[in-house]
Design a protein around this ligand. Structure first.
Ligand SMILES: NC(=O)c1ccc[n+]([C@@H]2O[C@H](COP(=O)([O-])OP(=O)(O)OC[C@H]3O[C@@H](n4cnc5c(N)ncnc54)[C@H](OP(=O)(O)O)[C@@H]3O)[C@@H](O)[C@H]2O)c1
Length: 340
C-alpha cells in the first residue's frame, strides 16, 4: 500500500503539438490536463517544484536522430525537474523527500524510484540542483577542466557567458588561476554583470560590433582556451584569436539552433593546422565520474561566496513555453527555471 499525501486526480503537462520550423511558436505546444497516475510498486509520484528549460530541448523538437531521442508529437515533453515525493510505493524514498528527475514540463510525475535522485534542500535551494549544482554546472566544470584541459595561466574566452553554463565557466577559470578571463553576452547589462559580479577581466556585447574585433581588444595576447556555447561567428573569431596549442570545447551552438539554412562558419578552420589546435565536442553525460569532485568543489565555492550563481525564475507551469522561448532569446541571466 503506497503512502500518499494530497495527490490530485489530474495535473497539467506540456505536449509538443507541432514540430517548429525555425523559431518555435506558442502554437507548437499544448498544455493538457491529464490524470495523475498512482505509483506502481517501485515507483513514486512527485509534485514538481521547479522545471528546467534548456537549449538542448530545441533540438529534441526536430525529428532527427541525436544523442537524445526527439520529443514525440502529442505526448508529454520531458526534461530536468526537482520536486517533492507526494506518494511512494518504493523503498528508500518517502513522502516529503526532495528529488531530482527527468520528468519535467509537468506538475506531477510518476516514475520509477530508480530514476529519481534524492537531493538535500538544506544544502542548497532546490532549484540549484537544476543549475549550478546540476547538469549545467557539471557541463561547465567538466568542459573546462577535462575537455579543454584548462591549466593555470591560460587565457580563457567563453561565449554565452552570462548564461547557466557560461557564467560558471568564467568563474571556475578565475578560481583555478586563469591569467585572463573574457566573456561575451548579448547586452550591456549582462556585460557589466560579468565584470562586476562574476570577476571576468573583460567582457563585450556581441551585438554591439564584430566578435573578432571585440575579442582582439579584450584579449590582446590571444586566448588559450575557447569554451563555445554559441558557434558561428563566435567560433570563427575564437579560431582566429587562439594561440598555438589552443583548445576549444565545443559545448553548444545556440546561434544556429533555430536556423533553417545551413551554417556558414567557421570559414577559417584551416588555421587549426598551423596552430595545432584541438577542438573537441562534449556531452555532459560522459562526465558523470566527475560528479562527486564537482559537487564538493563548486559547493565549497558557493558556501564561501567565491562563486556567484544567478537564476531567472518564471512563475507558473502555464508559462513554461514562455520561459523556454525567453531563454533562447536571452531573457535569462544565469539558469532559467520555472517555479511550478
Ligand atoms: N554539450 C553539453 O553537454 C551541454 C550541456 C548543457 C548545455 N550545453 C550548451 O551550452 C550552451 C549554454 O546552455 P545554458 O543551459 O547555459 O543556456 P543559457 O546560456 O543559460 O541560455 C541561453 C543563452 O544563449 C544566448 N544566446 C541566444 N541566442 C544567441 C546567439 N544567436 N548568439 C549568442 N548567444 C545567444 C542568450 O544569452 P545572450 O543574451 O548572451 O544572447 C541566452 O541567455 C548551449 O549552447 C547549450 O546547448 C551543452
Amino acid at each position: 500500500m503506497a503512502a500518499e499525501q494530497d495527490v490530485p486526480a489530474t495535473g497539467r503537462e506540456w505536449h509538443l503539438a507541432a514540430r517548429p520550423q525555425g523559431w518555435p511558436a506558442p502554437a507548437d505546444f499544448a498544455l493538457v490536463e491529464a490524470p495523475v497516475r498512482r505509483p506502481a510498486p517501485g515507483q513514486v509520484t512527485v509534485r514538481n517544484a521547479y522545471l528546467s528549460v534548456d537549449p538542448y530541448m530545441r533540438g529534441r523538437m526536430n525529428d532527427v536522430k541525436s544523442y537524445v531521442p526527439p520529443y514525440a508529437l502529442g505526448a508529454p515533453m520531458d526534461g530536468g525537474a526537482v520536486g517533492y515525493v507526494v506518494a511512494s510505493a518504493a523503498e528508500g524514498l518517502a513522502v516529503g523527500d526532495a528529488v531530482l528527475h527527468g520528468q519535467g514540463w509537468r506538475e506531477y510525475a510518476t516514475l520509477d524510484a530508480a530514476h529519481a535522485v534524492k537531493v538535500d534542500p538544506e544544502l542548497a535551494p532546490l532549484s540549484a540542483y537544476l543549475g549550478v549544482l546540476g547538469m549545467p554546472g557539471l557541463t561547465a566544470y567538466a568542459g573546462l577542466l577535462e575537455v579543454a584541459s584548462f591549466k593555470e595561466g591560460d587565457t580563457v574566452f567563453v561565449s554565452g557567458a552570462a548564461g547557466a553554463v557560461g557564467s560558471l565557466v568564467g568563474q571556475i577559470a578565475r578560481l583555478k588561476g586563469a591569467k585572463r578571463v573574457v566573456g561575451s553576452a548579448g547586452s550591456a547589462e549582462k556585460v557589466a554583470t560579468l565584470v562586476e559580479e562574476y570577476g571576468f577581466d573583460a567582457a563585450f556585447d556581441y551585438k554591439a560590433g564584430p566578435v573578432a574585433e571585440q575579442l582582439a581588444e579584450a584579449a590582446p595576447e590571444g586566448i588559450d582556451v575557447y569554451f563555445d556555447n554559441v558557434g558561428g561567428e563566435h567560433l570563427e573569431a575564437a579560431i582566429g584569436a587562439l594561440n598555438v596549442h589552443g583548445r576549444v570545447t565545443l559545448c553548444g551552438a545556440i546561434a544556429q539552433y533555430n536556423d533553417t539554412a545551413a551554417p556558414t562558419g567557421p570559414r577559417n578552420l584551416a588555421l587549426a593546422i598551423g596552430k595545432r589546435l584541438r577542438l573537441q565536442g562534449m556531452i555532459v553525460g560522459d562526465h558523470a565520474a566527475l560528479r562527486g569532485q564537482f559537487f564538493a568543489e563548486v559547493g565549497g565555492w558557493l558556501r564561501s561566496g567565491e562563486l556567484r550563481s544567478d537564476e531567472t525564475v518564471v512563475e507558473g507551469v502555464e508559462n513554461t513555453v514562455e520561459a523556454f522561448l525567453g531563454m533562447l532569446r536571452g531573457a535569462n541571466t544565469g539558469k532559467m527555471v520555472v517555479k511550478v
